[in-house]
Design a protein around this ligand. Sequence first.
Ligand code: 2AM
Length: 185
Amino acid sequence: MDPGSGRGKGRRLSAPAQSRLFFALWPEEAARAALYEQALALKAGAGGRLTRAAKLHMTLVFLGEIERTRVAELERVAQAVAANAFAMRIDRSGYWPRQKIVWAAPQVVPAALSQLVAALEAGLRAAGFQLEDRAWQPHITLLRDARRPSLSQCDATDWPVNDFALVESARGAYRVIGRWKLAAI
Ligand code: 2AM
């Protein structure tokens, strides 16, 4: 056996102590496909790099680098969140020139969405997690390194939101760590 390859394997298997984590809404298939179509349509005028369909999401709370040992605490916070399921219509697109991002968003932010974010933030702060002061801006990143789209029109995508997810971002890939159901109304 080659001792060198053994060492390499060991290094690869040792997980980093921290993960880049965020809570997000993760679309089901129909909303995902419709958002991807929207991204393709906007790319025609704005160029840039498409968000892969499997990665389309709306961030609820960005946590940043968190010790892996704290994931169980995050799961407990998520479990304790009392919030309702809701319908969301994504019917607006926009452009952030500094980040060169083309995004989509709901024209009307559902009250239940704001309540979900507020409940998560309150639970996280109570559990000792430090959150950004930056105001939350609901958006789904569709294109990066893009120009301002010539068209600002956006076909409406209906996204039924029944759960939320804790997601890990590592080496450009996203992994859903857990999902929690919202109360049916
Ligand atoms: P973006 O799509 O606008 O880049 C994983 O990186 C997710 O967290 C992405 O949705 C990303 O938003 C968001 N995100 C990354 N860095 C962030 C930060 N410093 N504050 C808030 N959200 C962030």
